[in-house]
Design a protein around this ligand. Sequence first.
Ligand SMILES: [Zn+2]
Length: 451
Amino acid sequence: MRVDEYIARVRGPGAPGCHHEEKGQKMVLRQRKLAAGTGGSVVVDHCQSCDSTDLQPIIFLGYLPPVNGMPEIGARPVEQPAYPAQMLRCNKCELVQLGLVVDPAVLFPPTYPYTSGTTKILRENFAELSREVMSLYPLKKEDLVVDIGSNDGTLLSNFVEPARVFGIEPTNAGKLAQQRGIDTLISFFNRDSATKAKEKNGQAKIITATNVFAHIEDVHEVIDSLLSLLKDDGIFISESHYLLPLVQTIQYDTIYHEHLRYYSLTSLKNLLEMHGLEIIHAKRIPTHGGSIRVYAARKGKYPVRDSVKATLDEEKRELSPKALADFRHRVVNSKLGLHALLRDVKKRGERVYGVGAPSRASTLVNYVGLDDGIIDCVLEIKGSYKIGKYMPGTVIPVVDEARLFDDPPEYALLFSWHIADELIPKLTQRGFKGKYIVPLPEPRIVDGRSA
Ligand SMILES: [Zn+2]
């Protein structure tokens, strides 16, 4: 399922933000103020993981409008909220997180359309995940695999053969899973649904959570709930967008308010340890421009693989405070480089269309300060609900991608730059003869015919 559908209300009954850890672990009982239900936002003044107040600013991208705040083309601009996007690093547990949590009801209003879509790269990733599980931690036929945010059941379909499966999914995508024979509880994941799942099927040997773990406001609540559902020798597998490639390839455009936390293995380790969990294996995977797959189990249940130490060592070098300070410098230079490149293009009176309006495009447009004088329009594929709207925070219209071929500009700026190698040949083959602007990591112009 899509994370954005997931966030709204994952908390179950019980005091929100009030949790305690397993025996022998530090007690964390401070009442945490949550943004959900406020209609506004809550400043993060304590680390979302360890509660420390020692939070170091890394970068401030300015005030960003909600990604889905897209007025109709032609509408006169009206007052609109914008939220500060400051990235913080906790000096105690190293968790990198946004300095502000916005009420999910603001980010995902009821009008926000649900679009199911499991891309090829995700399907391949899930198939590879199941092969890896079967080779590292072979399952028995009676073992249960539970997927949190199981969408249309694509991940679980890979486990139908070797084990029993169960999905928990709040959106209608869960009905698609049911239709293909994958037992699914249509619900948000919280204490309640964890209990229901347990009563129905018993505890799970494997619990998976892909691309949901960084987006839920009260992460401790989620871990407590999944622990109640996990067998004593069970394994929890999470996949999250990974801080290391974010820093290395300057992916500042993935910073927006839906993404509350930007995990490293180090910060994830510190978080899971608070709940008595130990990371036993970690692996980098290519989804979403660079993610990390992490296996965790109750302490001492499984040997810890070499991958864990190797990754932690790499993070010591590559995600040091100095590396993060350098990240800011590189982001600023990348922005100025894009300005310089566009200035030359505009001086010659040439036109630029944006290609694709994913959430990350909104951050780039607003942080870099692109407006309708620089970018004529942004193209989306036919059927996209974004067509006919303005890009958030601007009056750049989003139009059908047919315009790229019917009225071609000199340049196409790729907002999904992380898949530029895939997009450029495709658009060139379909007849676009102009050049491409790849905005990140280093802004550059690519001639599609010679690429
Ligand atoms: Zn912390």
